[in-house]
Design a binder for this molecule. Structure first.
Ligand code: HEM
Length: 266
């Protein structure tokens, strides 16, 4: 694949050329801008991060790129919103099966300042994220973006879908009320009917043959550390491939045919 040259630094980020006498006459807003640029320059001189940033942020996009192409970024922002609200919920949540979990959720909802709002964001956000991931997958499927050379990104996408579903499944148990308890038992039992690995996976999730206090801590650890960690890593790899390969043009756009090649088609 041919290498494109790095795009130039945008006009707004370029420092204004210094003339010796002009410093005292500069407006405060210009001085503030200069200070910001100097600070970024200081970091860049020591890390050379701007090359990488330009590689990721300033890319050529195909003609006809439209709103459907924002669904992937929407998934990413849904994940970030879940991560931020999740951190605040974790400050008050206690994964204690003997009443502590239910009580901590009651406390978050009724007593903590904006607790109900943050819990609502996290709860609704999980549904929004699942819907967005499916819509994004449908977009990439119908635009043929799974074809060469993006097959690996499709496979990573499938992993992202499974991990997103795991987030929803493990999070559902955490309020530890009647509904979440019984729904999770049904889910784990269905999982146990899967071929070969099904029963082992169910035992692993329960932390034994029976549902117990260990199951709740296990679900909590998987929900707040294991799966988000892997999701974050996989997303990084997914985005790296998007930046490296670029996005697919919409299928209704015809690729220009080289006139040299056309000569042979009589
Ligand atoms: C957490 C979930 C996901 C995130 C954060 C995510 C993020 C993104 C972003 C930001 C893009 C580039 C912009 C765009 O085309 O929308 C993209 C492209 C892509 N994604 Fe995802 N994605 C996720 C899940 C999936 C799933 C489930 C699949 C398919 C099974 C998938 C397959 C692809 C493919 C093939 C591309 C390349 C699109 C193209 O070349 O036009 N992604 N993804």
């Amino acid at each position: 694949m041919p290498k494109l040259p790095l795009p130039p630094v945008p006009e707004k980020l370029r420092p204004t050329p210094k003339s010796p006498g002009s410093a005292p006459t500069r407006k405060p807003i210009e001085q503030a801008k200069e200070a910001g640029i100097s600070a970024v320059d200081w970091v860049d001189e020591r890390t050379s991060l701007s090359g990488g940033m330009r590689w990721v942020m300033f890319r050529k996009v195909p003609k006809g790129t439209n709103w459907f192409y924002t669904l992937g970024s929407a998934c990413m922002f849904a994940f970030l919103a879940q991560a931020v609200t999740g951190v605040f919920l974790a400050m008050y949540y206690s994964p204690d099966a003997a009443g502590g979990a239910y009580e901590s959720i009651r406390y978050i909802t009724n007593e903590v300042f904006l607790g109900e709002f943050v819990r609502g964001m996290h709860r609704w956000g999980s549904t929004v994220m699942v819907i967005l991931v499916f819509l994004h997958m449908a977009r990439t499927f119908f635009f043929g973006a799974y074809k060469y050379p993006r097959e690996l990104n499709w496979v990573i996408g499938v992993l992202l879908l499974i991990l997103t579903m795991m987030m929803s499944f493990t999070g559902y148990l955490l309020p530890f009320d009647q509904r979440s308890y019984w729904a999770t038992i049904v889910g784990v039992n269905i999982n146990g009917t899967g071929p070969f690995v099904g029963p082992f996976l169910s035992d692993f999730m329960r932390g034994g043959a029976e549902f117990s206090a260990t199951s709740l801590s296990r679900f909590y650890a998987i929900h707040m550390m294991l799966v988000p960690g892997i999701l974050g890593l996989m997303m990084g790899f997914h985005l790296y491939l998007v930046a490296k390969l670029g996005t697919t043009a919409p299928p209704w756009l015809k690729a220009p045919v080289d006139p040299e090649l056309r000569k042979d088609r009589v």
